[in-house]
Design a protein around this ligand. Sequence first.
Ligand code: SF4
Length: 295
Amino acid sequence: MGKPVEGGKVPLIVKAEPSGFCFGVRLALQKLERALGEKGRVYCIGEPIHNPQETARLEDLGLVIAESVEEIPENSVVFIRAHGLPEEKKNLLKERNVRLVDGTCPFVLNVQEKAALLAAEGYEVVVLGDALHPEVEAIAASAEGKSVVVPPGGDLPRYLEGSRIGIVSQTTQRPGDLSDLASKAAFVGKEIRIYNTICGATVERQNAVEKVAPEVDGMIVIGGRNSANTGKLFDIARSLNERTLWIEQAGEIDWRWLEGKDKIGIAAGASTPDRLIHDLIRMLATTQGVKEDGR
Ligand code: SF4
């Protein structure tokens, strides 16, 4: 990371607000930590949160990450992360007599319910999102096999021409991409129903970055490299300020990057723990003499 700049100006930190854990992640982790405290060992299919440092901390408390249902021992405790889990996998787990600790975010449950409703009412369900993301996998599965996933900027498949199309969105998508998909659907479907299932927490964090990024000399976005929502914050920040860094922890900063910057913006994804944000601010403040903006 190099050495702190000596004799430079004292830059000011402007933290995008809100930043860091959203309601759904905080709630899910509270449930997980309670289960770990009671049971000692808790299994999770996939990482419980898209943040390697937080996942490592939870593993120290007894979390065991499994790749598939088949790896879960009978009669164990299994945590369902905020992204949710397809119903079919939940049923397979129940056959193994496991106790489920359901950390599915209520907003993600809402998307699953809307997808199921659209499918039940005969719509072809289109999910705006990343097909490989576990949240999208669970949403698509709720639509009883009548769904297709379209990425941001993607086109609708031709077989939907003349269909009744029902649209939902992965919670972390951008409103502009949803409206783009809706416009395309208007040229294709004979009837369109859209549920705006983008999560407010995501939009708020994106708006906060849009506000801060243009007014600072450099932006630091902190969060897991495997975090979709952090990646979006980084993309937004960089589109408005090319002097944008994406780090997972404070120690990654090369201090030379701070040279000549009077004002530094900080933003954190919805899966970034408070302690990593505080560490970053503390490190900047103690080694660089940076002041935090009181706003
Ligand atoms: S970003 Fe929104 S939908 Fe996703 S876990 Fe957080 S509160 Fe829930």
